[in-house]
Design a protein around this ligand. Structure first.
Ligand code: ADP
Ligand code: F6P
Length: 321
């Protein structure tokens, strides 16, 4: 193998740049040439390739976002799009590809593998919903951003005896909501994996008020069965004791400098991905299994889903009293 390429795809996540840097520098040290594909599968179809040297990846370790940019592309989901992608890779003499992204992006990687192209995936998504790895790149950074926000919100909540409803990301997986709830000392957690009625939410917050709490924080994953503005309206009408305020953290959770954990995870995964390509361990994702890196078949990664651990949900409840 002489020439490989790397791309970032799907939602960006802090640490993607650290992974690009590790892929480029470890590949160059093995005598390979490396190309960056800009804007994910859109750039692949458009032939938007750029040769990367040590200099292009200098000074990016600590930067959020992705220097290669990212995109979503519907055409690549079709067999014609995938064939065209393969053709572009061949035209540029690329012999192996590293795809850094979420489960959708890894499905795209699998489609290339199925056409016989050597590909290795790296899990990058703040949601921590990718099967086959304990942690994905960006999760720890996002969690720390949420915790910082919850700490700040509790200060103002206590001062005014208010309840704050805080929406965090997580379309299908409640990991960020659940862990931030436990680690940020929230009173209530709503996640996609656990159905909750508005009545129960009101009862729980009222109970916190009656027990003498001077604040309440309720963390709501965006994919929970209840939606934040409906909860707010219901609580206002019910009068649970606390005045209610709403904060939606949104894309703030995806930006900023990666934590030490994410820099290390991204670096280790980037180096491992190149090792796998060179050893012809392809059609896999680099996963964190315990403390070690492992090669997880993309077939498994993309056919299974990862949910928040409901044991933690019970724990969040115990700790919230
Ligand atoms: P993420 O990777 O963060 O989960 P998406 O689900 O939006 O984000 O997927 C990113 C991109 O990956 C899509 O826009 C598409 O180009 C590609 N992709 C997603 N699913 C498939 C699929 N089944 N086959 C081929 N490519 C896919
Ligand atoms: O990165 C994953 C995620 O943050 C989801 O939790 C969220 O629903 C989605 O991306 C939103 O991303 P975008 O606004 O880029 O579509």
């Amino acid at each position: 193998m002489k020439r490989i390429a790397v791309m970032t795809s799907g939602g960006d996540a802090p640490g993607m740049n650290a992974a690009i840097r590790a892929v480029v520098r470890s590949a160059l040290s093995k005598g390979l040439e490396v190309y960056g594909i800009r804007q994910a599968y859109s750039g692949l179809l458009a032939g938007d390739f750029e040769k990367l040297t040590n200099r292009e990846v200098s000074g990016i370790l600590q930067r959020g976002g992705t220097i290669l940019q990212t995109a979503r592309n519907e055409e690549f989901k079709t067999p014609q799009g995938q064939r065209r992608g393969l053709r572009r890779l061949n035209e540029h003499g690329i012999e192996g590809l590293v795809v850094i992204g979420g489960d959708g992006s890894l499905r795209g990687a699998l489609s290339l593998h199925k056409q016989g192209f050597p590909v290795v995936g790296i899990p990058g998504s703040i949601d921590n919903d990718i099967f086959g790895t304990n942690m994905s790149i960006g999760v720890d950074s996002a969690l720390n951003i949420i915790l910082d926000a919850l700490d700040r919100l509790r200060d103002t909540a206590s001062s005014h005896e208010r309840a704050f409803l805080v929406e965090v990301m997580g379309r299908n997986c409640g990991y960020l909501a659940l862990m931030s709830s436990i680690l940020g000392g929230a009173e209530l957690t709503m996640i996609p994996e656990k159905h909750m009625e508005l009545e129960e939410i009101a009862a729980r917050l009222e109970d916190a008020y009656l027990r003498g709490k001077n604040h309440a924080i309720a963390v709501i994953a965006e994919g929970a069965n209840v939606k934040i503005w409906d909860v707010q309206k219901f609580l206002e009408a019910r009068n649970v004791g606390f005045e209610v305020r709403v904060t939606i953290l949104g894309h703030i959770q995806r930006g900023g400098s990666p934590t030490a954990f994410d820099r290390l995870l991204a670096t280790r995964m980037g180096v491992k991905a190149v090792e796998y390509l060179v050893d012809n361990t392809c059609g896999v994702m680099v996963g964190l299994d315990g403390r070690e890196m492992a090669a997880i078949p993309l077939e498994d990664v993309t056919s299974k889903t990862k949910s928040a651990n409901l044991e933690y949900y019970a724990l969040a409840d115990v700790l919230s009293r």
